[in-house]
Every structure is written in structure tokens, then in C-alpha cells.
Design a binder for this molecule. Sequence first.
Ligand SMILES: Cc1cc2nc3c(=O)[nH]c(=O)nc-3n(C[C@H](O)[C@H](O)[C@H](O)COP(=O)(O)OP(=O)(O)OC[C@H]3O[C@@H](n4cnc5c(N)ncnc54)[C@H](O)[C@@H]3O)c2cc1C
Ligand code: SF4
Length: 578
Amino acid sequence: MQTFDVIVVGSGAGGGIYAKVLTEAGARVLLIDAGGHNIDKDIRHHQWPWQLPQRDQYRGDAEYTVRLQTKYYVPGKGAQTRATTFDGSAHNTYYNDHFWAKRRDWKYTYPKDKPYRWVRVRALGGKTNCWDAGAARWGPLDFKPATYDGYDVDWPVDYAEMAPWYTKTEQLIGVSGGPDTHSEHCPTGSWLPPMAGRCGELRLANAAAKNFGLFSFGSPKAAITRNYRGRPACHFCGPCHYGCDSGSKFTTIGVLLPSALATGKLTIRMNTIVGSVLTTSDGLARGVSYIDRYTFRQGEAYAPIVVLAASAIETARLMLNSKSSRFPNGLANSSGQVGRNLVENITASVSGDLPDFQDREVINEDGWGMGLMIAPFVNVDEKSRNKNFIRRHGLTLHSGFGMGAGGGSSRYLFGEDQKRDVRRWYGTNISVAGQGEGIQNPNNFVDIDPEVKDAWGIPAARIQLTFGENEQKMVENITAWGIKLIEAAGGEVKGWTASPSIPGGSIHEQGTCRMGDDPKKFVTNRWGQCHDIKNLLIGDGALHPTCSIGDPTLTIMAVSMRNAENLVKLVRNGTLKT
Ligand SMILES: Cc1cc2nc3c(=O)[nH]c(=O)nc-3n(C[C@H](O)[C@H](O)[C@H](O)COP(=O)(O)OP(=O)(O)OC[C@H]3O[C@@H](n4cnc5c(N)ncnc54)[C@H](O)[C@@H]3O)c2cc1C
Ligand code: SF4
């Protein structure tokens, strides 16, 4: 039997960092993932929608498709309902059942009136394969939010402690942005130069600066604008969330796993679904039990240290499913907090167009869609305190010709008239988008459904998350700013989001095993080590006590790097045995 020092469950952003840091420190690591290595053949780059096998018309699994609704306001028409359908795929471009976790097999439940869009990837590298790679740092107030507004809890670490870990992570994965944010609320990182702003974005940025004193900068993105550490610079093809065939965007399989494998210390077991954590009679973790995704063969793997990095909801599900007489409420759950505090940011946007851009010359304005960013400026000090909501949001400015000419003026036209109309309006679109912090709510949590099991017989997660008054007011503030910016830029507003995004819609779920010093209130200590089981660590966004304005992945990686290096110290000084 092969022996390992550490088992890491999940090879996404958090698990990938653990695998790299631990193997480079000499540990024998078993990395287990429920997915396979299949992204390369699924990449749909450099193809137009009409070249795709189903012309971008994938219809989903009707029986398991849920309709999710948001409100959108259109001037002259009033509030409209917009529906998104969801069967497990985040978008329609991969026509397969092996990459996205489809709801039919990978079951989960939610209260009938509170649908949750839980996007999961089952592939080596997890969601980093298809993420958009937005990688802004969180600032001092994001780590100490309760100190500012008195709500909920602070993080056990502050920005000063996290800053060097952000730098180390950025230098490892390659991030472009800035060049300078001029704001401590979105601190400047160790960045390669940003992608240049597009025409409409620069128009919005100038209007923001001139009329409101707001500074814009290139949105930080974990993709490289220069050749960097053996990876080629981005060629600005655009659809990064399909996967990046040049490897310019950071992924776990492109950056972290190759160096971990090069140590000779990493064993990867793919298509292997972990169902629970095994424990010893004295209450320590001793390994995991698993089932093969395709053959259904069951097995166990053993190691003196176990790290769970299966993503926030799945990690909580694993712990709650690991019940025993010693841990009747699930593993490391003496606080009762495993699965509680599920949280994610909201998104909202305002769209418009610039009439004086009509009929402009068509130029190449492809490139990634991160646009320019404005750092949080509401609720950042006494002067900017908002009476209607707590916490912060950040804005991004977008424009460009993009892929597909769009709908023209949206009038019903045919033939030549329609072509002329589409050409006239192509490239006039602009938008202001916002991501804002969702706040903790005792009614938002994940637990285990007492009846439903997934296709492998593992009890399913039951997820409950709704947004409240605070998120609604924040959406109103984001859209009010979006309208002001578009109008100040000389644009016409076409519509805006009138309700918080669909729960799960941001794909940024966090908070189900929060870290903190008090074992009665938090699941792990400040190093991601479970208070109840010192050789069980959490390595994903489940640790985050709050979710900040959005884009959690850089922080997941920086926290994982800090905690993985601490784990190496604990083993070396004999506190933990391997
Ligand atoms: C389309 C899209 C765009 C995104 N854009 C951004 C962005 O711009 N910025 C940002 O910050 N974030 C973005 N995200 C979110 C980002 O991808 C996640 O925050 C990040 O990947 C989370 O890392 P993780 O390690 O917690 O989980 P994941 O990356 O999901 O990895 C978890 C891994 O665990 C495996 N696993 C799960 N359960 C089990 C089990 N029981 N047994 C074994 N293995 C298991 C999965 O197969 C998976 O490989 C985006 C996500 C998507 C889908
Ligand atoms: S735009 Fe750049 S980072 Fe995005 S997929 Fe294309 S090459 Fe990769």
C-alpha cells in the first residue's frame, strides 16, 4: 500500500496551492479529485458561435432544469422579469456531462421557493479551468469589517499580515492590472502591466474622474500581459472562461500541478469522489473513503494529515457527512458552525450606449472582458458612510466590439435595413457593473438533505441562501452610480438590474467553516486547522469569515499558501506528526 504524508481533497485554487507548497517542502501528497483531466479537448477557442457543434444552442437537461428569475428595469417599459435556466452548466459552451456537475447526478436540494444556482466543475484544476481570473486584493476594511460597522465578525488576520502572501501568490500565478489603484480599499499588487482600456471604457473613466473624482485602473486579472516564467503572454482572444489554450491565464493545471509533479512527491487520483473523512478512535483524521466516479468501486486512502479543499459548500457537506459516535453532528462541529454562514457577493449592472459611437470604424477591441475598475468608495470612512446599507462594492467599466455584433437598435427590421441597423450600433454598447458584499444571515446555510442522495449514494447538500434588504439597497446604489457614470459619459441608459443576482449566481460561495480564534464560534483556528481535530485542515473559501466585494479566488490562494507554509512548520517543529 502506498503511504502518504498528506491527503488533499480537491485540486482547484486552494487544493492546488496546498499540493505545490507541501510537495516542494518534501511531503508525499495524495491529491484526490472527483474530476478528470479533460479541459484541453473541451476548449472552444477561436471559434465563432456559429462554428460550434450546436451553434451555442445547448438546451440542457429539461427534467433537471430550474428557471431562476431576476428583475431588470428598462426605461419606458418598467420592471421586467428575466429568467435564466440552469441544469448545472455555468454557460452553454461545453456540451458534456463530465466537466460541469449536472444536477441530475450531482444532486443537491434547496427549499422550493428559494432556488440556488450551485455551479460546480468536476475536472482536475476545478473551476480555475474556466474562471474569469478577476484577481483584485481585498483591503484592510475587508479583513476588519466589523470594526468599521459593528456587524458580524472580523477576520483573525489583518491586511498587513496578508499583504506579503498576496505578493507571493501574485508573483507565482502572474497577475496583470493597475498599474496603480491609488486606493487602500483595493490595494495595488505585484502586477504586470494591465490590458489597455477600450474606447468606451476610457470615455466612462474620464467622465468618472472629471465629474466625481473617481479614479479608474486596469482590473487586476490572473493572466499575463508579458511572457512570464515560461508562459506566453496573452494574445487577447477574449473568452477566458472557455479555458485558455495558451496557458496565459492562471489555472491550477497550468501553473501549480506541473511544479508539484516535478518534485516526484505528488500522486494524483482522478475521477474519485470522496464521501467522508475517516477518524481514529481518539478523534484524529486518518484518511478518507471514496468511490470511483465511473466504476463505483469503493476504497479508502490513509494519511496522518487531511486537507479539505473541495470548495466551500462541498467541504461543509463532506464534514457533515462524516458522522460517527464521537462526532454525531459531523466532523469538527462542536461549535455547530459547520455549514452555517454561507455567504457570497451580489452583482448588478447598468447598460447603455454611446450614440456618438454609431457607425464608427470597426477595430479589434477583443481581449478579456475585465474592463477598468473603480475601487470601493462607499462605506470606506466616516464621510462616505451610507445610511441605507453596510459594506462595500466595486465598479467596473466595460465596452468594445466583442464577439457577435449584438442586436442593433432592437427594432423589428428585416433584410438590408436590419444589417444597416446592426452595423450602426455595433460597438456603441457600454456598461457599468458592480460586485458588492453579501452579508451573513442566520437563514443562509448548508446542511444535509435527510432523504436525497447523489448518484453515488452520498447524502446531498441542502442549500439555503437568500439576499435581504442590505443587498437590495446595495444594488440600488450600484445602479444609481452606473446611471450617473453612463449619463456623464454622454451615453443613453438602456436598463439596469433591479434585484440582487440569483443566489449562487456569482459562483463565489464562501464561509461555511469560518476561521477564528474562539473554538465556540469558529470551526478552524487562524491557520485553517480545525479546532476540534488538529490534523484536519480546510483549504478553500469555506474559511472566509466574510466575502468582501467579490472575486475570492486570489484570497483563497493567498490564505492557502500562508496556511500550507504554516503546516510545514508545524510538522517540522513536531507539533503535527506525519
Ligand atoms: C465561469 C466562472 C468564472 C469565475 N470567475 C472568477 C473570477 O473572475 N474571479 C474569482 O475570484 N473567481 C471566479 N470564479 C470562482 C473561482 O473559480 C472559485 O472561487 C475557485 O475556483 C474556488 O476554488 P476552490 O479550490 O475552492 O474550488 P474549485 O476550484 O471548485 O475546486 C474544487 C475541486 O474539488 C473537487 N471536488 C469537489 N468535491 C469533491 C469530492 N467530494 N471528492 C473529490 N473531489 C472533489 C472538484 O472536482 C474540483 O476540482 C469563477 C468561477 C466560474 C465557474
Ligand atoms: S484573452 Fe488571453 S488569457 Fe484570455 S483566453 Fe485569450 S489568451 Fe488566454
